[in-house]
Write a protein that binds this ligand. Sequence first.
Ligand code: AMP
Length: 373
Amino acid sequence: MTFKELNISEPILKALANKKYVSPTDIQERAIPVALNGRDLLGIAQTGTGKTAAFAIPIIQQLSRMEIRNKKREIKALILTPTRELAIQIDECFRDYSQYTNLRHTVIFGGVNQNPQVEKLKQGTDILIATPGRLLDLMNQKYISLEHIRHFVLDEADRMLDMGFIHDIKRLLPLLPKRKQTLFFSATMPPAIAKMSDSILFKPAKVEVAPVSSVVDTIKQCLYFVEKPEKSKLLIDILAKDKKAVLVFSRTKHGADKIARVLNKQGIGCEAIHGNKTQGARQRALTNFKSGKTRVIIATDIAARGIDIANLEMVINYDLPDVPETYVHRIGRTGRAGNTGTALTFCSHEEYTMVKDIQKLTGKKLNTASIQA
Ligand code: AMP
């Protein structure tokens, strides 16, 4: 299957060729035709499946066919996503895929001064990517009107619920026009999310790919039995042997800082990202990592959500997460879009029950590696 066969217009095909996308991913192949027909969509897919392009491409195509008559542009598409990192990444996708159209896009999120965002909004935008808090805030200040919205995307709905945004979303929904296309994405379908999707979608097409319990076969998983005091030495040994770019997961912010200190002392360039770091520091760390300036990044689960690095080769779970689904999300940072990847997990005696839960969820046994290997 090619993008051309999905009836995607020339300017978008050209942009996708620049991105070196050869063929659509599973979710793109199934969601794009439905969305191009103007239907509502319930997409069950996690980050890494190519879901951003699955909603961005049909929105760009539908909007670029509309004539923009008024000098002042109204917001016609709203994409709501839980974190700043995701918002920035989605905005970058819209920038790339719409580069040969005359559409404008803007991103807004909290934790930074609102003035530059307000200035961009005043210039007019067709597509707005937003986190819920800042959106409601700027709406209250009358900088944003949603009355011309034709396309609404609710991204990572289950994460929104986890992060406590559900009330913000419930406040927002009645403010959107009744007639619009809604594209709803979630990695999992807990009852509260299923209920919400039922209430806002009209006869949706349901597209489900790689449910959260499944780990793509391109990821090689490996387990090390190692007690807590020995974990940093093992990490240093692995990083010394392997010169790959590595994302290390720490369950706590404090733990992430501690690992970073130990590695830096050994001369291994690394940066930690977590909720206590400023937005600027997190973004800088990500940019350095993406450009190869920093080889190792240590992240907590929330901070890592939305880290999108093509070709990330290795993920290391320095400690086990609290819930098995998080393991699947973590290792899904590697082995993306058909690439291969490696996921190493450090497991102490007391963490072993979590490994059993993970094996139960994924239906796969984790191979054990010897520390000397
Ligand atoms: P997402 O699930 O939207 O976060 O996308 C995951 C990664 O896959 C991103 O780095 C995208 O740039 C990349 N990607 C999306 N669609 C394709 C495609 N059709 N071919 C190759 N890479 C893609």
